[in-house]
Design a protein around this ligand. Structure first.
Ligand code: FES
Length: 189
């Protein structure tokens, strides 16, 4: 029967934590861990993790806790306290609705309501098929086109609620085309 020592276990846990992150993030956490106020670096560590992975997965948060040597509950607590952090992956398309003053005055609320209704989600959520996430954003600097919605760096101006179904459909078609192209490429290789 094989016996595993506590040291082996620690090494195994460390190995898995390193694998869940990137070498740069691991190096950053290790620098922070040497500090007497290691937990004060938690927010900047989580920022780095989110900007790389797009969200904070359970595996990544556990890895941060292990490497920083703080309880996992502490990491989860910080991640859930700040609205900035996302605990779920974003959809293929992130629909950013401008919540700035000009867009508000021009009726972006009705556009936002229609988006929620058509997608069946609220702001901050992602559709079950993983296609769309709905988010609010500050002024996009296109106030002359208010009300404005942005998807993948493309600005859609003068939006009205009745334009929403076609806008969604266009992106569903794009996703379907991408799927077909990916399947064709996979079949070739
Ligand atoms: S307020 Fe919406 S683009 Fe400026």
């Amino acid at each position: 029967m094989m016996h595993t020592s506590a040291t082996d276990n620690r090494e195994e846990v460390r190995r898995r934590s390193v694998e869940a992150l990137t070498p740069e993030i691991v190096a950053f956490i290790e620098r922070c861990a040497g500090d007497t106020h290691a937990t004060s670096h938690l927010i900047s560590i989580l920022h780095k993790v989110q900007s790389h992975f797009g969200y904070l997965g359970r595996e990544q948060m556990d890895a941060v806790a292990q490497l920083l040597q703080v309880p996992a509950a502490k990491v989860t607590g910080v991640a859930t306290f700040y609205h900035y952090f996302r605990l779920e992956p974003r959809g293929r398309f992130v629909i950013n609705v401008c919540l700035g003053t000009a867009c508000y005055v021009k009726g972006v609320e009705r556009v936002a309501d229609k988006l929620c209704e058509e997608l069946g989600i609220q702001f901050g959520e992602t559709t079950k098929d993983g296609l769309f996430s709905l988010e609010g954003t500050r002024c996009l600097g296109a106030c002359g086109l208010a009300p404005v919605v942005m998807i993948e760096d493309k600005v859609y101006g003068d939006m009205t609620p009745d334009q929403i179904p076609a806008l969604i459909e266009k992106h569903v078609f794009t996703a379907q085309r991408e799927e077909r192209e990916k399947a064709a490429n996979d079949a070739k290789s």
